[in-house]
Write a protein that binds this ligand. Structure first.
Ligand code: ATP
Length: 271
């Protein structure tokens, strides 16, 4: 069974259709990229799956059970995690404390008020930090960390809820190419090791084509293509959206591939 099944999903804002009848599936341990130009409907799709936005029509099934229109916290409890940027207030906490907070938040039913908060979940938090390569920096305040390391902490915080499906909205935004590669290598290794499915949006094509097992391409709310990176890079509809011209088969040898550096850096205003 697929871990996630999205069937005929739509979202309207008044008369405007932001997401138009899209269907796709995702398996445990798989990395699926959701790409498309600005305004294509990526964030809207994410927010419907995560419960931040009501669904207008369609189904979202997690391991066969409907999660569409459930409150976000219930969806989270059922196993859909999400990376969020560390809020400004959390910068004064140490790396370890941030992970402990994430564990506390997820397991708040078992919170014992008489225990000092900083003794709770130390071992679990340390284990998560080890997985993301941040254990050596456990006692540093997050405010002192390099940007790439903050991203690792955010990943560990998302993993604190032991998600079956992890949603990552532009995980590498603002990162240098080498940092992007490192974070996505880590994400892929963790997804494989934990059998966690990852759905991510991304404007950096080096990340999309280097790490996604499959790619979904949205344009003006519609799913215009889905397939492996190799299939997507050859898809004329996708190339039309990304290069603005349709692909004549005779041109194929002369046109740049979709994964070229120019495509990787020109879309979406990322560095
Ligand atoms: N609250 C809203 N009310 C009306 N229209 C909205 C609202 N939120 C989003 N939209 C519109 O829905 C469409 C899809 O937006 P969405 O943010 O999902 O796109 P996106 O693919 O994530 O874009 P980006 O890459 O720029 O983040 C856009 O045309 C946007 O203007």
């Amino acid at each position: 069974m697929n871990l996630l099944e999205v069937k005929h999903l739509s979202r309207r804002y008044g008369d405007f259709i932001a997401v138009d009848d899209i269907s796709f599936s995702l398996q445990a341990g798989e990395l699926l990229a959701l790409i498309g130009p600005n305004g294509a409907g990526k964030t809207t799709t994410f927010n419907m799956i995560g419960g931040q936005l009501p669904v207008t029509r369609g189904q979202i099934l997690l391991a066969g059970e409907s999660i569409a229109n459930l409150p976000a916290r219930k969806i989270w409890k059922r196993g859909v995690g999400r990376t969020f940027q560390i809020a400004a207030t959390f910068h004064s906490f140490t790396v370890l404390q941030n992970i402990q907070n994430a564990l506390l938040s997820y397991r708040r039913n078992t919170y014992h008020i008489w225990q000092a908060a900083d003794r709770l979940y130390r071992e679990q938090a340390s284990a998560l930090l080890e997985q993301v390569g941040m254990l050596a920096q456990a006692d540093r305040p997050c405010s002192e960390l390099a940007y790439g390391d903050i991203k690792r902490v955010e990943l560990a915080m998302a993993l604190a809820s032991e998600p079956r499906l992890l949603l990552m909205d532009e995980p590498t935004a603002g990162m240098a190419p080498r940092e992007r590669q490192a974070l996505m290598t880590l994400t892929r290794d963790i997804a494989r090791a934990r059998n966690t499915a990852v759905l991510f949006t991304e404007h950096s094509m080096d990340v999309v084509f280097g790490f996604a097992d499959r790619i979904l391409v949205l344009a003006r709310g519609q799913l215009i293509a889905q397939g492996t990176p190799n299939e997507i890079s050859k898809d004329p509809k996708v190339r039309e959206v990304y290069f603005g011209t349709s692909l004549n088969p005779q041109e194929e040898t002369t046109r740049p591939p979709l994964i070229s550096t120019s495509a990787a850096t020109t879309h979406g205003g990322q560095p």
